[in-house]
Design a protein. Structure first.
Length: 274
């Protein structure tokens, strides 16, 4: 009898514990439901505008970065470009570098190299001075922070123009390009652009002199006529020139070089035969 009574008590205690645990779980479930309803009531309705705070927390709007520098709108050759600054186009000659002329080897490649790096892009210009042609002379800083001037020399598309810039960085860049035979330094005897231009000018002058009429140059063998008067300043190729006929002094016949050097005369242009 006692044993049955103990079993009955144990059963009641177990039933009570299970009932309490069930009640506790139900209370926790109801608490979660209340919390969910409260959070839902704080959210704005679907389609409603969110507050600034909500927008800022959800997806902060990025601020667009300002574009710095001047836009490159033209590339004349490897060392000369055009920038658009404040709505005005300016021509920039790169400081301290000289690329091959277009008619030289690597002249067109230098232009293409420059165009690939800067055309249509925004760059920063460091102004040094203005040359005799009115161009702005400066260093061009590329979008990645490197110097276009140095890159041209370093890759063998330009010479360091030492006559106008004693720049250590450019000197080192040329030394590296020479040593590694980059670009124009692959040629066993590359001609500097300034020497190329000088030779071209000399050839033009020689061609012009060869094409000039013989009467334009004095000749030691050609005979000329001059009025031996202290006020006379010219000599004449034609003895019958109307100017010479007005001479009141002696008419002297001399070699043309003597008329220029000894008498300090110049050729008369009055007579059509002169």
């Amino acid at each position: 009898m006692l044993r049955n009574h103990c079993l009955w008590c144990a059963f009641l205690i177990l039933f009570a514990c299970k009932q309490s645990d069930k009640n506790e779980k139900q209370e926790q479930f109801r608490e979660r439901q209340r919390t969910t309803r409260e959070q839902a009531s704080e959210l704005p309705p679907a389609g409603a505008a969110r507050t600034d705070e909500t927008v800022a927390e959800a997806s902060p709007a990025p601020t667009p970065a300002a574009v710095a520098g001047d836009k490159v709108v033209g590339v004349k050759d490897g060392d000369t470009i055009e920038l658009l600054r404040n709505g005005r186009k300016i021509t920039v000659r790169l400081y301290g570098v000289d690329t091959p002329e277009k008619a030289q080897a690597y002249g067109q490649r230098a232009r293409q190299f420059t165009a690939a790096l800067v055309f249509g892009k925004h760059v920063r210009l460091i102004v040094h001075n203005t040359d005799r042609y009115g161009r702005t002379v400066g260093t061009v800083i590329l979008p990645d922070g490197s110097s276009l001037n140095e890159e041209l020399v370093r890759q063998g598309y330009a010479w360091h123009y030492k006559a106008y810039a004693q720049d250590r960085n450019l000197a080192n860049a040329e030394a590296d390009a020479r040593r590694l035979k980059r670009g124009l330094w692959q040629d066993p005897a590359p001609v500097a652009p300034w020497d190329f231009r000088k030779e071209k000018r000399s050839n033009r002058a020689a061609h012009k002199a060869a094409a000039a009429p013989l009467s334009a140059a004095p000749s030691s063998k050609r005979t000329v006529y001059l009025c031996n008067s202290s006020g006379a300043k010219v000599y004449h190729l034609d003895k019958g020139c109307h100017v010479l006929r007005r001479c009141k002094a002696e008419i002297v016949t001399v070699p043309e070089t003597a008329a220029r050097n000894h008498y300090n005369r110049r050729a008369d242009k009055s007579c059509s035969n002169d």
